[in-house]
Design a protein around this ligand. Structure first.
Ligand SMILES: NC(=O)c1ccc[n+]([C@@H]2O[C@H](COP(=O)([O-])OP(=O)(O)OC[C@H]3O[C@@H](n4cnc5c(N)ncnc54)[C@H](OP(=O)(O)O)[C@@H]3O)[C@@H](O)[C@H]2O)c1
Length: 325
């Protein structure tokens, strides 16, 4: 079928494109052309999706039957897509668990039992929730929204798992949170990407908490896999939450994917019954980590988006924490 990826040249979208080609679709991407080009064999359409005229102009009569939307970050983008793509057979939108008004900290039960944001704030969660409503109003039961959790895998520009891999590969004494038995969950971009294509094909509808099963791994287990995969001699220096916080370590940012225990206990507790029932796969964490490392070894390190810093423990903070032990 003719499948349009809104996005498709950075991370998750790339894997969507690969899966769509593998499944025999005629694929087009729609991007500004800033982040790179799609692979050969893909029709590369260009324009800014915030501009209402750009998508109809770029399509120029090419009529997509299926859409996977990985690039929706504004209400205008959702409105413009809804106007231009109202007649498609299936539309899978990548949203986030942040669309829920009570996440974080959660916990999150079944999709229909949890309220989504309804405010008009110019923030990530409310924008995702509004985008879902705008698209659903036009597409109805041809619309699926995948509320993604933590996405990992090759081409990840966010450098969360990536920072841990680099730090652990460097070896020596490594600051880690003391609560290494904290259950976590993640979804591999290749699993999610392939499933989104299938979801659009099957015309699945409604909201899905799109992440791995709760407790599929622990924080410590993930770090252990990083150590095995990178082959370094890293030695853990476990530090309790209170000490990390007192030293100024910012959860999630300075130690990527770390949340203090009270928040972690609920934030990682997400009901994914529907995702499992609808066949969202969850490959072994070892595969995700090993493949991310294989890619990262030859890839340039990502650059921070404007006004933001890449995650990771600043060296002076690491020195202070290790010096105290
Ligand atoms: N990473 C996570 O853990 C996580 C968790 C939950 C949800 N999510 C969601 O997952 C999605 C995945 O993002 P991704 O970066 O991996 O997707 P991607 O499709 O691989 O990359 C983003 C694409 O959007 C295009 N784009 C950006 N702004 C655009 C604009 N104004 N008009 C047209 N195209 C535009 C970019 O190309 P150009 O730059 O060339 O325009 C790029 O191709 C996002 O919606 C994100 O909110 C991510």
């Amino acid at each position: 079928m003719r499948l349009l990826v809104l996005g498709g040249t950075r991370f998750l979208g790339r894997h969507v494109v690969t899966a769509a080609l593998e499944r025999g679709h005629e694929v087009a991407t729609f991007t500004r052309g800033v982040s790179g080009a799609p692979p050969q064999g893909v029709r590369a359409l260009h324009g800014d999706r915030d501009d209402p005229d750009a998508l109809p102009k770029a399509l120029d009569g090419w009529e997509p039957e299926l859409v996977v939307d990985t690039s929706g970050q504004t209400r205008a983008a959702a409105r413009n897509a809804a106007a231009a793509l109202a007649d498609v057979r299936g539309y899978a939108f990548v949203s986030s668990l942040n669309a829920y008004a009570n996440w974080p900290p959660g916990p999150l039960g079944r999709e229909d039992d949890e309220p989504a944001w309804t405010t008009d704030d110019d923030e990530y969660g409310p924008i995702k929730a509004d985008s879902e409503r705008i698209l659903r109003a036009v597409l109805g039961d041809r619309f699926l929204t995948a509320r993604a959790g933590l996405i990992v895998g090759p081409y990840d520009p966010l450098y969360r798992l990536g920072w841990w891999l680099d730090r652990i590969a460097r070896g020596g004494r490594v600051v880690v949170p003391a609560a290494l038995d904290q259950p976590i969950a993640l979804v591999d971009a290749r699993d999610l990407g392939g499933w989104l294509v299938e979801a659009a094909e099957r015309g699945l509808s409604g909201a899905v908490n799109a992440t791995g099963p709760a407790g599929m791994a622990t924080f410590g287990g993930l770090l252990e896999i990083c150590r095995e995969v990178t082959g370094g001699d890293a030695e853990w220096v476990p530090i309790p939450d209170e000490e990390l916080l007192a030293a100024g370590v910012e959860p999630w940012q300075h130690l990527p994917m770390w949340l203090p225990a009270d928040e972690a206990a609920t934030a990682w507790d997400v009901d994914t019954t529907r995702a499992r029932a609808l066949g969202l796969p969850s490959r072994p964490v070892t595969d995700s980590v090993a493949d991310t490392w294989a890619w990262q070894r030859v890839a340039d390190r990502p650059t921070a988006p404007p006004g933001r810093e890449l995650p990771g423990l600043p060296p002076e903070l690491e020195e202070t924490l290790l010096g105290a032990r």
